[in-house]
Design a protein around this ligand. Structure first.
Ligand code: COA
Length: 178
């Protein structure tokens, strides 16, 4: 449930128009490897087009949640549409190093998935660098993986969002491809 105050004092809430500087600060404070893992490229700042999607678009178009402590954003999770693939949303997660292994990424992903299912989305996609699969795969929990694939540098997973209407079709497609 969002907004939510965790026992650690972190506030989990939806991103708003006033968060642009806080999100940039989260990214610039992150180490190079974390930024590379999140963006699959040498990103030192959020591109303005992506920042605009995060802070200005309604959840129905691009959903984004943050965790903040004392006004400082320490984690970001977002779910954006995949162009040309109705019902599919792709997740991005970035948690500042001192706040890791407290369940924040899992909480953000769970909230985003629940919200997406409620909006009628049926598939959540995660695309992960091969070397980070062991730490990201558990975040998907025990939801059924309806499709997965590998390419040169990444591993892709698609999980079914309960209540979505493409699941049956994807389960058939996934079982053929897995
Ligand atoms: C990957 C990332 C988002 C995880 O954030 P987090 O808040 O630490 O994750 P959680 O605390 O919710 O972890 C949930 C589970 O995932 C697994 N996990 C998370 N980080 C792990 C790690 N470094 N090594 C092994 N397993 C890990 C564990 O199973 C963990 O459960 P546990 O702590 O009870 O063992 C964070 O490390 C990060 O921001 N990395 C850089 C960006 C990135 O890789 N993003 C993912 C691709 S979009």
């Amino acid at each position: 449930m969002i907004p939510q105050v965790l026992s650690s004092g972190l506030l989990v809430r939806r991103v708003g128009p006033g968060d642009a500087a806080g999100l940039q600060s989260l990214v610039t404070r992150s180490d190079v490897l974390s930024r590379y893992s999140r963006f699959h490229g040498a990103v030192s700042r959020l591109p303005s087009s992506y920042l605009h999607l995060l802070v200005d678009r309604p959840a129905s178009e691009h959903d984004a949640l943050v965790a903040e402590l004392g006004g400082r954003i320490v984690a970001l999770g977002d779910l954006g549409p995949v162009p040309g693939e109705p019902g599919v949303v792709e997740v991005g997660l970035l948690v500042e190093a001192p706040f890791r292994r407290q369940g924040l990424a899992r909480l953000l992903l769970d909230e985003l998935a629940t919200r997406a299912a409620a909006r009628g989305m049926s598939v959540l996609r995660a695309v992960v660098l091969h070397e980070h699969v062991p730490e990201v795969r558990p975040l998907l929990g025990d939801r059924p993986i309806v499709r997965s694939w590998v390419d040169e540098s990444t591993h892709g997973f698609e999980i079914a969002l309960v209540g979505g209407d493409r699941v049956e079709h994807l389960e058939l497609r996934g079982s053929a491809r897995r």
